[in-house]
Write a protein that binds this ligand. Structure first.
Ligand SMILES: Nc1ncnc2c1ncn2[C@@H]1O[C@H](COP(=O)(O)OP(=O)(O)O)[C@@H](O)[C@H]1O
Ligand SMILES: [Mg+2]
Length: 507
């Protein structure tokens, strides 16, 4: 007999419906899975056989049956162990051992040998696909039910074992569908560093405020110990919380990467990723086989902090150019390409030279000029052209270190940032971007009008070669954010000059 049970596969960040057809006929003992299965899917045969036996049914291995499992569409690679449950149920249905209507249900789950179900990754995407494709029920391991329950409009049935699933499907056991209230799972922010603890550094803090408001890219330069890493660690404390839609987007990514914190089905805090400078291109950008999201995707809607920036491998840094421009990354794999979101705020920190004291008024730099040149080469060129704010972080003198900065505590700055984000959301409500940094040229023309005095100022910089065409547009976007922080509809000369100051200083 033939049965058809539905399941799903992740492709990129979204899930696609998979049909598991099982044909069961008398013949020599044989069990085959076709439809581009990977090793984990092939091994499903063994787990399914053992789990079926543990659930008090006869395993296909102890009977004269030929079983053919076909996972369609056949050209999509099937990965992982999540097809165990649909394959086991498909077999039992085809072998006429159980009866239920599989038409409106999606099944997912890895089986342990004793028939228990183990949690899987990517559940939020599966739940969204269940709803979008018009299925009524998602039946999956109990450990995943809270995450799937975030999606309204479908029934989410969390099951503990194959036996329990069958009892449920045949009507011997009722299971309530899981509903998750996102409010119950809001993570309480626990900021490691408050901006108010950091003494002095007023202009660096102002630049962080602008970067956080408009999601502009920033580079900090200063000697060791000046507080660059400390300032970067304070950024999460001034970022606004994610909206519910953004939360779902970020949660999908973390779920697929298997990085969702236990018992926290929803991420509501903006990601802050700080990969080490020895990270490979694949770790940063994503890819591999099977493809995994890289740090730039894990930093989506949040911050990617690259400390000791010039220590990163040159190729790795260069590969950031395209995603910075597009807000997404396309990774190639075998015949297919995969596009993942990567809209992050880049925050980079660097010493001015290998020893760190180049240009320091008090300490002597011990680097040779060629060492400095080599080091600086990484801080020039096309990637640097994509940085909006360059700031110097000087070493602090004693009187500043001994003072307290109450004006700039994180709570106050976060409120300003949140207001500026609201203004942007309102501005772009009929467009697809959320922040000023995402503006394309037609939007810049529309929203970044400047007066003639400002135009003259910019003209001088462009004509003298101090500002590239890309730099020109970036300055206008930053000026828009500065005006938003000032709650001003118009971009004034002051707004523009402040934006220009951050852009030019590091060149
Ligand atoms: N402005 C500051 N206010 C308070 N502490 C500071 C400040 N700047 C530096 N420090 C102290 O110095 C340490 C080193 O700072 P760090 O951020 O690691 O410097 P950098 O990354 O520039 O080398 C910090 O952990 C902190 O204790
Ligand atoms: Mg540091």
């Amino acid at each position: 007999m033939l049965s058809k049970v539905f399941s799903a596969a992740i492709s990129g960040l979204d899930a696609q419906i998979i049909e598991a057809e099982v044909d069961c006929s008398y013949g020599l003992r044989h069990f085959e899975i076709v439809g581009l299965p990977d090793k984990a899917v092939e091994e499903s045969r063994e787990r399914v056989g053992a789990a079926i036996e543990s659930s008090n049914f006869q395993s296909p291995y102890h009977q004269p049956v030929r079983v053919l499992v076909s996972l369609a569409p056949a050209d999509l690679k099937k990965e992982g162990s999540l097809y165990d449950l649909p394959i086991a149920l498909g077999y039992l249905l085809a072998a006429d051992k159980i009866k239920f209507d599989p038409r409106d249900k999606i099944f997912l789950g890895e089986l342990a040998l004793d028939g228990r179900l183990r949690p899987i990754k990517g559940v939020l995407s599966f739940a969204l696909a269940t709803k979008e494709k018009g299925f009524a029920k998602l039946i999956l391991p109990k450990g995943n039910a809270a995450e799937a329950g975030l999606i309204k409009g479908i029934k989410v049935i969390g099951v503990e074992s194959l036996k329990e699933t069958i009892d449920y499907l045949e009507g011997r056991k009722g299971i309530f569908s899981q509903k998750t209230n996102p409010e119950d799972f809001l993570q309480i922010p626990n900021y490691p560093v408050d901006l108010g603890y950091i003494k002095g550094q007023a202009s660096a803090k102002r630049a962080l405020e602008i970067a956080a408001s408009g999601s502009h890219h920033l580079l900090m330069m200063g000697p060791p110990g000046a507080g660059k890493t400390l300032l970067a660690k304070a950024i999460p404390s001034i970022l606004p919380q994610l909206s519910f839609e953004e939360s779902l987007e970020v949660t999908k990514i973390y779920s697929i990467a298997g990085l969702l914190p236990k018992n926290k089905p929803l991420i509501n805090l903006r990601p802050f990723r700080s990969p080490h400078h020895t990270s490979s291109e694949v770790a940063l950008i994503g890819g591999g086989n099977p493809p995994r999201p890289g740090e730039i995707t894990l930093a989506h809607r949040g911050v990617l902090f690259l400390d000791e920036f010039p220590e990163f491998h040159r190729d790795v840094l260069e590969s950031l150019r395209q995603p910075i421009e597009d807000g997404e990354i396309t990774v190639l794999r075998a015949k297919h390409s995969l596009t993942l979101p990567a809209r992050f705020t880049l925050v980079a920190a660097t010493n001015p030279c290998p020893c760190g004291f180049y240009g320091d008024p008090d300490k002597k730099c011990t680097c040779t000029s060629s060492q400095i040149q080599m080091y600086r080469r990484k801080l020039s060129g096309p990637l640097m052209d994509r940085i909006d704010l360059f700031i110097n972080v000087p070493p602090l003198k004693y009187e500043k270190l001994a003072s307290i900065d109450e004006e700039n505590c994180s709570r106050k700055i976060r409120e300003k940032v949140t207001t500026a984000r609201h203004i942007q959301k309102e501005r772009f409500k009929s467009e697809k971007n959320l922040t000023n940094s995402e503006m394309e040229i037609p939007q810049i023309k529309k929203y970044c009008q400047i007066d003639s005095k400002s135009q003259n100022l910019l003209r001088n910089y462009v004509d003298s070669g101090k500002l590239s065409a890309r730099g020109y547009h970036r300055v206008l976007k930053v000026a828009r954010t500065i005006a938003d922080l000032d709650n001003s509809e118009d971009i004034s000369f002051n707004h523009l000059s402040e934006a220009l100051m951050y852009r030019i200083r590091g060149n």
